[in-house]
Design a protein around this ligand. Sequence first.
Ligand SMILES: [Zn+2]
Ligand SMILES: [Zn+2]
Length: 377
Amino acid sequence: MSESHSCASQVITCKAAVCWGVGECKVEEIKVEPPRKAEVRVKILYASLCHTDIVMSKGLPIPLFPRVLGHEGVGVIESVGEDVNAEDFKQGDVVIPTFVSECQECENCLSGKSNLCLKYPLTFNGLMLDGTSRMSTVKGQKMLYHLFSCSTWSEYMVANVNYLVKLHNWDAAAAIPPLSHTKIERGSTVAVIGLGAVGLGAVEGARMQGAARIIGIDNNDMKREKGIAFGMTDFINPDDHHSGHNRDHNKSVSQLIKDSTDGMGVDYCFECTGVAHFINESLEATKMGKGTAVVIGTSGSTSVQIDSLSLMSGRTLKGSMFGGLKAKTDLPILINKCMNKEIQLDELFTHEVPLVDINQALALVKQPDCVKVLIKI
Ligand SMILES: [Zn+2]
Ligand SMILES: [Zn+2]
């Protein structure tokens, strides 16, 4: 047996942040099984978190506990399953987990319209493709749910190779920003509601595609500077328009966007807050007859009210997962841009904590000066 298979048969005991119920994360020892056929076991170096983890920690949309969260990270392959081709992945390779995959064969992959593969789908059941988990508690051997096709808040995790991208250098790539890959035409006007990491990614995506104006909306003034660094041209803080003496009193976000575009609205509006109410606001903020609202922020709500007349007036409402990026086609290009400093990762990473302080990380993301927290595993 080759060296790369030698340790693949043993269960590893390691530390992980286990979410036991709503908002309760505890760092404890867990067992991680060896990788099965088309899987590898990865030693995680760095992870990160976003609003999606927080939504899932609240048991939304499906309460799956106990669970190891985390869907952003970078690690080194510790061992490989028997069906893994060494030319694709081997021990020591640096990889990032991608919760979307791309088989390049299925109807969706071939359509050119979607990044959601049907053969290797985005999974919501917290289990591997064969319907089982690779993680369990040390005490009581209780099964632990994964998050999507990975669980990065753990020293080790198992992933199917179809949900991994190989890196040649891990420096600075701990958490690739979910840049919006929604195609926009050059010269478009764009609004981005919510300037967290996802929103800043949308700003950057719009800038790279030649948007004429990029209006950022956030009620945190500290995001003004961040937004400008990523290419934002205008900033609106809705709170500035909420004072009782101000004639703009209680103007909606969509109205504020229309006000700054001569009443027209924008060609594209990206909803990045995950606040359900803003989905309709993003639609309202787009141009009659041709505007498109794109929902990127993860919302805990499963239903939302939409103004049917706005929709009928030729506007499009669509959603996007993983920034619309294709795992094999687009992600390596994006990673290269990060490596070449064409994308300003340094502006994104504002805090760093060790895994044991995971609850501190969850609190930090709510702070106004925080964009992205790096979790050192
Ligand atoms: Zn995320
Ligand atoms: Zn596919």
